[in-house]
Design a protein around this ligand. Structure first.
Ligand code: IMP
Length: 422
């Protein structure tokens, strides 16, 4: 039995798409289990490059089953656009499977996200994620994929739309929804995806019984988890290992490997405390060199040093078996590197990742490392000989020792080949 899960260890954007693309060859099913089209995974193979938001990151393998699990909220427009783009680029989606229990993002969710974020200042992706998960929890105002095939869809749309207009007006904004247009669009979406819709919990558990291999693909990162992240500056779903079970219907006992992905430094988009943030020229240098601009919104990402307090916390919450360190090339040529090993809060040193009010006060305590100066040729040599320069080895060994987790892979560029298996 092999069921593995890929988890972002930071605030998302760790480079999960590339790693999933590499690992996918050894699995039969790749399953998205949380979030929605707020996620953006970029995969690049030669001159083929794709930014995916909903379809699992294995489109270059037509034979693999690509499952969108029950834990995902689906924006019909994004999914249709993505299906068209992927198919027009010549990749088959015959093996796409969509959970009948996944929730649907509707026009009012996006509108409410914009209005609420203007007041709340979380800096969301404005994709309607929060309001649609809120409706999921509220139950009466949510629409799931299976509801799209019910005779009462027209009435439900009308009654939910009426209520949402009132809520939006309570925020001091006027809006209108064209119920017929919403209904027609949903019906045509439902028709298009009908062949793909299944009970994915049965499908995946039966696949496990048949000894198929499953890779669960997490969106966002641990520090954006609604329970364990930097609340309220988080997304509205769980992003940690537990969500791989609830968002897919696979029981915890059947997950036998947790692979955590972390950048060699830290980035964050949106608001919220970020103790190791570099707001100086160095932060800008990392942003430019690392191409740190959001796949979904194009926003510049905030950049900073690697934060071991946060990484150790993520390893604990997720039960991480292996770490993959990405974007090591971005730190090449820096004379000195820093890793945050503790926080100082109110004059006291701590290695615990605190709740938000304390995190806002946290001052990073750093350990310095000598930089490495590795060019393309140097990285290729490392890949060939598996022998690293002393400085790089020291940096990686320190991370591995502190997190008590082995590093199974390092990545030094966006291409599949720019990866070293350790
Ligand atoms: P939401 O998920 O759109 O509600 O946004 C909530 C917070 O999560 C914001 O700070 C977003 O920037 C962040 N966020 C959501 N999805 C991603 C992602 O895929 N990568 C990085 N940050 C994300």
């Amino acid at each position: 039995m092999t069921v593995s899960t890929i988890i972002g260890m930071q605030w998302g954007d760790e480079g999960k798409g590339k790693i999933i693309d590499i690992l996918a060859k050894d699995y039969d099913y790749i399953v998205r289990f949380n979030g929605g089209d707020n996620a953006g995974h970029t995969i690049k193979v030669g001159n083929r490059k794709f930014g995916l938001h909903l379809v699992p990151s294995c489109i270059f393998y037509p034979e693999k089953f690509k499952v969108i699990g029950n834990g995902v909220v689906i924006n019909p427009e994004t999914l249709l656009k993505e299906i068209n783009e992927v198919e027009n680029a010549g990749y088959s989606l015959k093996n796409l499977i969509i959970s009948e229990a996944a929730h649907v993002i509707l026009q009012w969710h996006k509108e409410l996200d914009g209005i609420e974020d203007e007041k709340g200042g979380i800096g969301t992706t404005k994709r309607g994620i929060g309001p649609s998960f809120a409706d999921k929890a509220s139950r009466n105002t949510a629409i799931r994929i299976c509801d799209l095939y019910n005779d009462n869809l027209k009435e439900r749309i009308a009654s939910i739309a009426e209520l949402k207009i009132k809520i939006i007006s309570a925020y001091g904004k006027e809006t209108k929804f064209n119920d017929d247009e919403i209904l027609n669009k949903l019906k045509s979406f439902a028709e298009k995806i009908k062949p793909f819709v299944r009970n994915t919990s049965y499908l995946l558990n039966e696949a496990i019984d048949k000894k198929k291999k499953i890779l669960l693909e997490g969106a966002q990162g641990t520090l954006l988890d609604i329970d364990h992240g930097t609340y309220p500056f988080v997304t509205s779903s769980n992003t940690t290992t537990g969500a791989a079970c609830t968002g897919s219907g696979i029981p915890p006992k059947k997950i036998n490997k947790v692979i955590g992905i972390t950048k060699a430094y830290t980035t964050r988009v949106g608001s919220g405390p970020f103790p190791t943030e570099l707001t100086d020229d160095l932060g800008e240098k990392i942003r430019q060199k690392g191409g740190e601009f959001g796949t979904t919104t194009g926003r510049p990402r905030r950049c900073g040093w690697l934060d071991l307090v946060a990484l150790k916390y993520s390893a604990m919450i997720n039960g991480t078996d292996e770490l993959v360190i990405t974007k090591l090339d971005v730190l090449s040529e820096l004379d000195e590197l820093k890793i945050c090993v503790a926080y100082e809060i109110d004059g006291k040193k701590t290695e615990e990742f605190p709740v938000i009010e304390k995190l806002k006060l946290a001052k990073p305590v750093y350990t310095s490392f000598k930089g490495w100066n590795i060019n393309e040729e140097g990285w290729n040599k490392i890949k060939k000989n598996k022998k690293m320069p002393k400085e790089l080895k020291e940096y990686l060994d320190f991370i591995s020792k502190e997190t008590k987790t082995k590093i199974s892979m390092i990545s030094y560029g966006p291409e599949r080949e720019e990866t070293v298996l350790l």
